[in-house]
Design a protein around this ligand. Structure first.
Ligand SMILES: NC(=O)c1ccc[n+]([C@@H]2O[C@H](COP(=O)([O-])OP(=O)(O)OC[C@H]3O[C@@H](n4cnc5c(N)ncnc54)[C@H](OP(=O)(O)O)[C@@H]3O)[C@@H](O)[C@H]2O)c1
Length: 223
């Protein structure tokens, strides 16, 4: 794969998706902001462009974005997760999928509400099938740490899934935007990683903060 693959972000108009788009665009990756509405996608791309003037940064409908991307990030609220994946299944086949979606109890975001598959990442892997590598990542990175491109992140990315090579590629993509990222194990660990978000939201509420995150210690840094 090209060291700077085209990255499409489904739900790229939202808080998390647009933050990731901004970071990757500034790192030189071609980016498509995906949306259900073309005007919203183009407006988001226009809003981000001054902060990444050298980047290829376009707005597309989610369908077009899914076809355009070599790497596709799923960044929609959990309510839309299964349906967008079923709709775009054929377009996503055999691409690298990064799923950032966290299913939380709509009445209490401090509570993880896993779907019958056990996690959103596992749901995506089932819907897309074994030939399409799905990697769960960035769940524990609040959008607040993405939108200031000069912020050096103090939180780490935990990467889960059953496709080893795909996880290595996602770790490289996370490192390209300033994060330390770790292979946090197989798909069966996805409920733990996604569930940490409920813990972080609880911490933010309890301690009246906004950007709680996770940092792994005890593992020597590379290089
Ligand atoms: N916010 C964070 O800090 C954070 C951190 C880590 C992970 N996440 C996860 O990232 C995902 C997105 O979070 P967010 O805070 O960015 O959400 P958001 O801003 O509310 O929504 C993201 C985008 O998804 C699209 N969307 C909304 N409902 C949809 C539906 N039913 N079907 C398809 N698309 C829909 C919307 O785009 P259009 O209307 O333009 O289509 C919206 O701009 C969530 O699953 C969340 O758990 C968020």
């Amino acid at each position: 794969m090209d060291p700077r693959p085209r990255i499409a972000i489904l739900g790229g108009t939202g808080k998390e998706g647009s933050g990731l788009a901004l970071r990757w665009a500034r790192a030189g990756f071609p980016i498509a902001i995906g949306s259900r509405n073309l005007e919203r996608a183009c407006l988001t791309a226009e809003r981000l462009r001054p902060m990444a003037p050298a980047a290829e940064l376009i707005g597309l409908l989610n369908t077009e974005a899914a076809a355009w991307g070599e790497v596709v990030v799923v960044a929609v609220p959990y309510e839309g997760h299964a349906s967008i994946l079923w709709d775009l299944r054929d377009l996503l086949a055999r691409k690298l999928i990064i799923d950032v979606v966290v299913p939380l109890d709509p009445n209490n975001p401090r509570r993880y509400a896993p779907p019958p598959d056990g996690s959103a990442t596992a749901e995506a892997q089932r819907i897309l099938g074994p030939e399409t590598p799905v990697v769960g990542a960035f769940h524990t990175i609040s959008h607040l740490h993405l939108h200031d491109p000069d912020e050096i992140p103090e939180c780490d990315v935990l990467v889960v899934g059953d496709h080893r090579e795909a996880k290595a590629r996602v770790i490289t993509l996370a490192e390209a935007i300033g994060f330390t990222a770790y292979d946090a194990g197989p798909l069966s660990n996805a409920p733990i990683v996604e569930g940490l978000v409920a813990v972080l939201i609880g911490l933010n509420m309890r301690y009246k903060t906004r950007g709680a995150g996770i940092r792994i210690t005890g593992i020597p840094k590379k290089g």
